[in-house]
Design a protein around this ligand. Structure first.
Ligand code: ADP
Ligand code: ZN
Length: 665
């Protein structure tokens, strides 16, 4: 066929290749721009893909070629920089380009909706609060970030909780926005948890602001996305996936709470928004600001290696005081239903003085285990290799891995015995105990169960602020972003689970959590006290954290990681395989391991069962690939992936690759 042309498309399938199609009838291929969306038949489905290029040759047999259904856009749907970011991400995470491009689009565009023509999603604000007078370290941070304008540089804004990081963001942004078309991207961990943050932005700027978060409808999300793309929205505040937002004139990117794990996507396309932000900054030649009171070890090492520049805020802004820490040795002061006498006494004292107390336990439900006192049988999940958590409100057994629920049994399924006992502590159980100890004080529980309904968290936060005297009880949700000025006592009910986890990141996370939780308490006239219940008060890392500070704690952890050849000093990637057949996932990874050419500069460990070895009936095994250089790991992964391509297909196996995993689960 003379002059035949074909559309080469990236499609949202896991296959790492392009697909050729004939153009729809009457479409002039020469006028098509790469980057537009194209709707095509694919097996029995229709898919929406992205045009990579128009080509004159194809390897597909004429009889097999299919014709595209429609061209959906006139102009490329993504901006050039987002397109390039996706290209880089597809290479780095070894994902199919089509899947990455699709993940970058709002849901409605993925499904083939046309771009709406009106994009006035961003509401301009009217009343504007004046900026606060910055203290010296805030001013110096602001000045430094302003100087980096129009050039790539990554800053780590390392400021203790309450040191005024948000104020630094606001004043820096104000400066960037003086340029009439300039736009700014701000990423935060979970917006629904931090309505206060958005409000502070809205109060400060008389420019259109768009918030992109999970409680928006698909339509609202699309409109917000369009407002960023058209240049109308001047500030975009969003969660992880907002890193792919297209802008007309992006000038600055900020990530708050950069240590937060929610920036790493844990399924499908497993990117880390922090790494993508730094990459996008370098591609766009603009500054990036990462802020945290408890920076990740990755970022701290990048500062040491002079890739990032740190900016310190070492005093609390205004005149709030830092809390003081004390440990309670639970070997000397045994716990009764989770609470020791010294903790109870301190609670009474603070409540009697008319203040609020915050208790923290990172386990929801009533008790993690339901146990038969006669035969020691524990009720497990039938589909997962885990125990079912006992909930009382409403009464049920609940698997926190697969969400399976069942009624609470009256008798043991094994021995028919009648004395089933809840063992261990969850927030619901502590709530009941507190109501008995403090019948006159409202107990406000904040966890995933109590905040499931829309606006439930907001209502709880209001309630907290309206009660002079109250006990707040919660999981790590309480540690995220909120300030509770009336809280003067913080109790960590169980600080110990971080010490003995098989996950090497558990200690880092425990330290971050402790500092973040403590940072929520106390103000100028009401400094906070933090009480930590532990069986290991002398643990050297806990001592460093409490007697010195997070920086010293992190340094000690970094030394340990360096000696143990763990990230961030080495680079990890994990192949995970799942199968209903208990042997198959192991066999698959083991065969893969045998087929890979060994390298001196990289090692392969496993296959071993995942932390939770069975989930939803699937047996999960993993193979760890480890190298001392990022480039070595990257090259090696490429060759391993081509090895997989040459291996015979095994049915019933699903596998995936996770580069830089943050969960070893
Ligand atoms: P961070 O984000 O570091 O936790 P914030 O920016 O939320 O800290 O500031 C903590 C508190 O201190 C806020 O109530 C804020 O209004 C106040 N604050 C920040 N900077 C100043 C300043 N320069 N002068 C007075 N108060 C300040
Ligand atoms: Zn389960």
């Amino acid at each position: 066929m003379p002059n035949q042309t074909y559309l080469r498309l990236a499609l949202p399938t896991p296959l790492r290749r392009y697909f050729d199609y004939l153009a729809p009838q009457g479409v002039d291929c020469k006028a098509l721009k790469p980057g537009v969306r194209v709707k095509v038949p694919f097996g029995s489905r229709t898919l929406v893909g992205i045009l990579i290029e128009v080509v004159n040759k194809t390897d597909i047999l004429a009889a097999k070629l299919k014709t595209a259904i429609a061209i959906l856009d006139e102009e490329p749907i993504l901006t050039t920089d987002v397109y390039k970011l996706c290209e880089w991400a597809a290479q780095y995470y070894h994902d199919a380009f089509g899947e990455v491009l699709t993940a970058a689009l709002p849901v409605l565009l993925r499904k083939g909706a046309l771009l709406p023509s009106d994009d006035s999603a961003a509401v301009p604000n009217k009343s504007v609060l004046a900026p606060l007078l910055p203290n010296a370290s805030q001013q110096s941070a602001i000045d430094t970030i302003i100087q980096a304008k129009q050039s790539f540089k990554t800053f780590l804004l390392d400021g203790i909780t309450g040191s005024g990081k948000t104020e630094v963001y606001l004043q820096t942004i104000a400066h960037y926005l003086e340029e009439p078309t300039a736009q700014v991207l701000v990423l935060v961990p979970e917006i629904s948890l931090t309505p206060q943050t958005i409000r502070r932005f809205q109060e400060r700027f008389a420019v259109p602001i768009v918030a992109l978060h999970s409680s928006l409808s698909d339509k609202e999300r699309l409109r917000g996305w369009c407002a960023a793309r058209s240049g109308e929205a001047r500030i975009v505040i969003g969660t992880r996936s907002a890193i792919f937002t297209p802008f007309k004139h992006l000038t600055l990117m900020i990530m708050d709470e950069e240590h937060d794990q929610s920036f790493k996507q844990q399924d499908h396309f497993r990117y880390h928004a922090r790494d993508l932000m730094v990459m996008r900054g370098s591609m766009n030649n603009i500054p990036v600001v990462l802020g945290s009171a408890t920076p990740s070890l990755e970022s701290l090492l990048n500062v040491k290696r002079e890739r990032y520049q740190s900016l310190f805020l070492n005093v609390r802004a205004g005149d709030a005081l830092l809390p003081t820490y004390q440990t309670i040795d639970i070997r000397e002061h045994p716990l009764e239903e989770g609470l020791s006498q010294p903790l109870l006494a301190a609670m009474r004292e603070h409540l009697n003085a008319g203040n609020q107390v915050m208790l923290f336990l990172n386990r929801r439900g009533f008790a993690p285990v339901l146990y038969c006192t006669e035969c020691a049988h524990i009720v497990g999940c039938e589909r997962c290799d885990t125990r079912m958590v006992y909930h009382r409100k409403p009464p049920r057994l609940h698997c926190h891995y697969c969400d399976a629920k069942k009624p609470v049994p009256k008798r043991c399924v094994k021995c028919n015995g009648e004395s089933l006992a809840p063992v261990g502590l969850g927030t619901q159980r502590i709530e009941e105990v507190l109501q008995q100890y403090f019948p006159d004080v409202p107990v406000i529980r904040v966890d995933r169960d109590s905040t499931r309904k829309k606006n439930a968290l907001h209502a709880l936060l209001e309630e907290i602020n309206n009660q002079p005297k109250a006990i707040l009880l919660g999981t790590q949700m309480l540690a995220k972003g909120h300030h509770f000025p009336n809280v003067t006592l913080v109790g960590m009910i169980d600080a110990d689970h971080g010490f003995f986890s098989v996950d090497f990141r558990a200690l880092e996370q425990m330290g971050q959590l402790l500092v973040q939780v403590s940072g929520r308490a106390g103000r100028a006239e009401k400094p906070g006290t933090v009480l930590i219940q532990t069986a290991h008060p002398d643990h050297p890392l806990l001592q460093t954290l409490l007697k010195k500070n997070y920086a010293a704690f992190a340094q000690q952890l970094l030394n340990e990681r360096e000696q143990a050849l763990l990230p961030p000093y080495t680079y990890f990637a994990v192949f995970r395989a799942e199968s209903y057949n208990a042997e198959a996932s192991y066999q698959f990874l083991n065969q893969l391991k045998l087929a890979i050419t060994p390298l001196d500069t990289a090692s392969i460990l496993g296959p071993v069962p995942a932390l939770v070895a069975k989930r939803k009936g699937l047996h999960c095994q993993q193979l760890l690939v480890k190298a001392t250089k990022r480039s070595t790991l990257q090259g090696y992964l490429k060759s391993i992936l081509s090895t997989i391509d040459t291996m015979p297909r095994v049915s019933g196996i699903k596998w995936l690759l996770d580069v830089d995993p943050v969960e070893m689960g």
